[in-house]
Write a protein that binds this ligand. Structure first.
Ligand SMILES: *Cc1c(COP(=O)(O)O)cnc(C)c1O
Length: 382
């Protein structure tokens, strides 16, 4: 095959929404002008609408981790007792950030593929009075598992702790009712459900979280919630913004609003459920016990290194992801978050069948694809 289109089939960076990419060509704009202020103001308003919250939503020039870091440095004090629910590589990142800032963290960890149950969080909250914060991933992209955020939020809400959720791949793939459930801080990143390149990080801040900010003593400078809120209200960002990405964001948010966030979520959920059906047909086991819809982590067939599957897809020009850390070689991950459609899934599963056969996992051609087609037909009828 001589023409192979390059495709990013990964859960971040995700495929780019073309009009957002085109909008970046207007980047020769000065950020301290009325022209840019009006774009930034409306982008922040749309961001809030897409977050579905009446809380403040701040925007930073950083990858998602920047907003995770800022959520610790702006809202806590040295030695604060916190609980970290860690169920994968991203959960471990919360642990590292909490440690870096000298928080007193109790870690509830789950084996890779598993989740931290609300029952465990409930027990930990009872055992540890005076907890100031609870950290979790809505979806841990490294394992494809999804936490029960609604149930966890209900446990944290009546306490003095704030509930800090890394929703970087949860947003756009599962319901996250910030105001209704009591998610005090929800972190997002541009290169996931927002369909634009990496480099912007978002964070919503509840009144309860602002009250924590008023008492927090950890050092921070570049990422400053209070400064950024004040700047944002005036249609500015505190420092020079990532102008090109803001232009892209403004465009992609218009698209998400037009489609509707609920439909963006339904889209990812359909693609994920169709992928799970396909795996069943292809005798492949899922890795996560509570699989989410941002990415489906699949165990490689017994005796096969998952790297061979990643390599095989590469021969089609497509990039899928291997496992991270100790999961490397064990699993491969098929993404659904953001700008993915059903035709992407037909192609992904068709290519997967060919690659599996080439590596000795004898499946019948078309069995997985047919499962995706059936899922599509069923969803259309519903
Ligand atoms: C991608 C991702 C992040 C952020 O990683 P960055 O490399 O800083 O963008 C954080 N949490 C989860 C769950 C992610 O998927």
């Amino acid at each position: 095959m001589h023409i192979r289109k390059q495709r990013l089939l990964t859960p971040g960076p995700t495929p780019l929404y073309p009009p957002a990419l085109h909008a970046m060509m207007a980047s020769d704009i000065h950020h301290r002008t009325e022209e840019f202020r009006s774009i930034y103001k409306s982008a922040l308003a749309d961001l809030k609408e897409v977050y579905g919250t009446s809380n403040d939503v701040l925007c930073f020039a950083a990858s998602g981790t920047g907003a995770m870091d800022a959520s610790v440095s702006n809202l806590f004090s040295r030695g604060d007792k916190v609980i970290v629910c860690a169920a994968g590589k991203f959960g471990e990142r919360w642990v590292s950030i909490a440690k870096a800032y000298g928080l007193n963290a109790t870690v509830l960890d789950a084996a890779y593929g598993d989740v931290v149950t609300p029952e465990r969080l409930e027990a930990a909250l009872q055992a540890e009075p005076g907890v100031k914060g609870v950290f979790v991933q809505a979806s841990d992209t490294s394992t494809g598992a999804e936490h029960d955020i609604r149930a966890m939020a209900a446990l944290v809400k009546p306490t003095d702790a704030i509930f800090v959720v890394d929703g970087i791949t949860g947003m756009g793939t599962m319901e996250l009712d910030v105001d209704g459930w009591g998610i005090d801080v929800l972190v997002g990143g541009s290169q996931k459900a927002f369909m634009i390149p990496p480099g912007l990080a978002f964070v919503s801040v509840s009144p309860k979280a602002w009250a924590h900010a008023a008492k927090a003593d950890l050092p921070h400078f570049y990422f400053d919630f209070k400064k950024e809120k004040k700047s944002g209200d005036a249609g500015e960002s505190t420092w020079t913004p990532a102008t090109s990405l803001i232009l892209a964001l403004a465009e992609s948010l218009k698209y998400v609003k037009r489609v509707g966030m609920a439909n963006v979520i339904a889209n990812a959920q359909l693609l994920a459920s169709a992928t799970r059906d396909a795996c069943k047909e292809l005798d492949l086991d899922l890795f996560a016990t509570r699989p989410g819809s941002s990415v489906t982590a699949v165990k490689a067939p017994a005796g096969m290194d998952s790297g061979l599957i990643v390599k095989g897809l590469k021969q089609f020009g497509s990039v899928i992801t291997n496992g991270q850390g100790s999961m490397k070689g064990q699993i491969f991950r098929l993404a659904h978050i953001g700008y993915f459609d059903i035709i992407d899934m037909f192609g992904m599963v068709a290519a997967l069948e060919i690659v599996l056969r080439a590596n000795g996992h004898q499946v019948e051609l078309g069995k997985g694809v047919a499962a995706v087609q059936r899922a599509y037909e069923a969803a259309r009828k519903a």
